[in-house]
Ligand binder design. Structure first.
Ligand SMILES: Cc1ncc(COP(=O)(O)O)c(C=O)c1O
Length: 368
């Protein structure tokens, strides 16, 4: 049996409603910032429960633009998670600031208790990452943010509809950034991103920044970027957005199904600790095995036709391209531990029970 990681062929197997939208677009030629972008932004803001949503060119830009709007730049430091996708660091780097990492919890998210120790006089923003679709302990992040007067930009790129104590991720800070990349839970046909905020001035600045800083056709208020969500991608987003809850429910049900099976393999397979008051949305489904088994099990699964992965085998702080940050091996022990023990299985909404049973059976087979 083949258990593929990418489900895009299934997801877009019936593209006629999207093609119809594109045909309509061709009649107007409103390829940039067309009315479909407004419609998508309104729907997205409603979905997340914020006053504003701003469509941008990517999830990376959905972090970069709020940082820029907050005035973060050269000589500043931004604190984020040591186990995140490189794009979080890329966004911080693009505004000219330096990334300062804090280690993870056993749930693979930024350990909010470690933030305060990482703060220096140069710290200008906190970027908690709701990695895998699991929320960071936002109560603690908010406490630190308030105490030190440092704003929060949430990296919610993997966590659409994720909740912490009943509140939706992306709504805790000055702004929250989401990715619409094809492999995200809510995905379009190319790069895309969305920023949410409840602050009218932040909304105004972000709309300027995404469109070259142009107040209107003739006046430039600030230096900005070309980072607009394409109208074509907004058409795809408008088709998909009503399905977001259903997609999330399916991913959660799939994760619960894996959990039930793997809990019976206690000692051989370990799951991240359960947390009260959190709603995980399972962008990634991760389990752990002993270090001595990880690579051999991974290979066994791949050889069996299962596209299992590791997010991530080399921690960012140990990557060659980030050497200038000055970290040394062992600085982030929990992130190191994850890199050696974890395996990611497909958990998407198009995965069948037969495919899940096959994944579970292969893990069981490996250990017999
Ligand atoms: C945690 C995290 N942050 C930021 C991004 C950046 O998103 P994009 O690829 O849309 O630029 C991604 C996804 O790729 C991500 O997983």
């Amino acid at each position: 049996m083949k258990v593929r990681y990418s489900y895009l062929q299934q997801q877009f197997a019936n593209p006629e409603p999207i093609f119809e939208g594109i045909r309509e677009l061709l009649k107007t030629g409103a390829f940039t910032l067309g009315p479909q972008v407004d419609e998508f932004e309104k729907s997205f803001a409603r979905l997340i429960g914020t006053k504003y949503a701003i469509g941008v060119g990517s999830g990376t830009d959905a972090l970069k633009l709020p940082l820029k709007a907050l005035g973060v730049g050269h000589g500043d430091e931004v604190i984020t998670a040591s186990n995140t996708f490189i794009a979080t660091v890329g966004a911080i780097n693009e505004v000219g600031a330096t990334t300062r990492f804090v280690d993870a919890t056993p749930n693979y998210v930024m350990n909010a208790d470690l933030i305060e120790k990482a703060i220096t006089k140069k710290t200008k923003a906190l970027v908690p990452v709701h990695f895998t679709g699991e929320p960071v302990e936002m109560e603690q992040v908010l406490y630190v943010s308030k105490k030190h007067g440092i704003p929060i930009v949430e990296d919610a790129c993997q966590s659409i509809l994720c909740k912490y104590k009943g509140q939706t991720c992306g709504t805790f800070g000055a702004a929250g950034g989401f990715s619409l990349h094809p492999l995200k839970n809510l995905n379009v046909w190319a790069d895309g991103g969305v920023i949410v905020t409840n602050d009218a001035e932040m909304d105004r600045k972000l709309r300027l920044l995404r469109n070259h800083g142009m107040k209107n056709r003739d006046e430039i208020e600030v230096l900005g970027y070309n980072s607009r969500l394409d109208t074509l991608q907004a058409i795809v987003g408008n088709w998909l957005i009503p399905q977001t809850r259903e997609i999330t429910n399916k991913r959660q049900a799939n994760a619960a199904y894996y959990d039930a099976a793997f809990r019976k393999m206690d000692g051989l397979v370990r799951l991240p600790p359960a947390r009260a008051n959190c709603e995980r949305v399972y962008h990634l489904y991760i389990f752990e095995v002993d270090e001595k088994h990880r690579n051999t099990l991974l290979k066994f699964l791949c050889d069996s036709g299962i596209e299992a992965k590791v997010h991530y085998p080399i921690p960012l702080y140990q990557q060659e391209g980030l050497r200038h940050l000055g970290y040394k091996p062992g600085d982030f022990p929990e992130t190191d531990r994850h890199s050696k023990h974890i395996i990611t299985l497909p958990v998407d909404q198009h995965l069948s029970r037969e495919q899940q049973d096959y994944c579970i059976a292969r893990v069981q087979e490996y250990f017999t």
